[in-house]
Design a protein around this ligand. Structure first.
Ligand SMILES: [Zn+2]
Length: 338
């Protein structure tokens, strides 16, 4: 049994959500075949408003969430090919860059495979060989420059059973990462809720990014979920605040997506909702034991190339340093940074 799975949800948090929020939608994406949202016979894009009669085409599979997060089955009939390509080439690309290290280390299978992670300086690599993760690092010693060793280096430090890996994330725009979360939320939003998101969609499709709230920060809460394959499948919840808007003290729409070793929570932004913060609501109850409850500020509209990310892994039994000549050919070939 996985020790990181909770048998019971946290009652206090569950009671908070029962009291203040309705669940608009949720799904565990463990399907074995495609599941489409929307009406197959009345295809109309919710992101540009065009239907087949207006010239829009719907030939490609419109994934509600990027394939890079392990979504291989949830799609919709309400995203046209043009919008699908636009999101794929813009915000989903930034998201993939930002998450590359986490997707690789958490073994999240993307479009074709679990992505490799190669550090910007090409001195370390995380890859997979027959389902086993391999971390290779070029040694610090200049004579060992060509060897693959696990040493204390720029990227890796080992302390007992713990290994800490640090790297600079590939170039990405933080607000595009936030927009990608928002696009996911709007892709599963019930049709009846969509009219309030007109400005949000315009903002989502801006090529020159801006903060939809102007002065309020775009924050993404997150929690780390320890263990190997604890979450198994992506899962999401979409909440809507209950009660009268004028008295509200919490965000109107809250979206939570959990996959790999993380759970993320954002406010789905609406221009009229300026006074609430995602920090005011507790993290939705998760069926996992978690570590850390922190947030990312994804408000910046500039491309960032120096953002450091860190992960800490614990391996029972500790680590063994191996020399390249001790490795089977297949592993050595995968471990090499070409
Ligand atoms: Zn469209």
């Amino acid at each position: 049994m996985n020790p990181f799975i909770r048998q019971e949800l946290d009652r206090k948090t569950a009671a908070f959500y029962d009291r203040h929020y309705s669940i608009l939608d949720w799904k565990l994406l463990n399907y074995s075949d495609w599941f489409y949202l929307g009406d197959e016979h009345r295809k109309k894009c919710r992101f540009c408003g065009r239907s087949e009669g207006d010239g829009a085409t719907f030939n490609n599979i419109a994934h509600c969430f990027p394939e890079s997060i392990g979504n291989h089955f949830l799609a919709s009939y309400y995203e046209c090919d043009t919008c699908n390509s636009f999101f794929g080439d813009t915000i989903e690309s930034d998201y993939g860059n930002y998450m590359n290290l986490y997707h690789s280390i958490s073994q999240v299978k993307g479009k074709k495979k679990i992505p490799d992670h190669i550090s910007n300086d090409r001195k370390s690599k995380i890859t997979q060989c027959s389902g086993v993760p391999i971390l290779s690092v070029v040694g610090n010693d200049e004579e060992d420059e060509k060897d693959l060793n696990i040493y204390d280096t720029l990227h890796v430090s080992i302390n007992g059973n713990h290994i800490e890996y640090e790297d600079v994330a590939p170039t990405h725009c933080p607000i595009a990462v936030y927009k990608c979360f928002v696009k996911m939320a709007l892709s599963v939003m019930p049709e009846r809720e969509m009219p309030v998101f007109t400005d949000t969609i315009k903002w989502l499709k801006e090529t020159r990014h801006s903060n939809i709230f102007k002065y309020k920060k775009l924050l993404c809460r997150y929690k780390f979920i320890p263990g190997y394959n604890t979450t198994k499948y992506p899962c999401y919840w979409l909440f809507k605040r209950k009660g009268v808007s004028q008295c509200a003290i919490y965000p109107l729409y809250v979206f939570c997506i959990t996959y790999g070793n993380f759970s993320y929570v954002i406010e789905v932004p609406i221009t009229s909702e300026l006074n609430h913060s995602i920090k005011d609501v507790p993290f939705p109850p998760l069926p996992f034991f978690t570590e850390s409850d922190d947030y990312l500020d994804l408000s910046s509209t500039s491309k960032i190339s120096d953002y450091k990310q860190k992960v800490c892994l614990t391996v029972s039994g500790g680590f063994k340093e191996v020399q390249p000549e001790e490795l089977p050919e297949a592993i050595l070939d995968k471990a090499k940074i070409k």
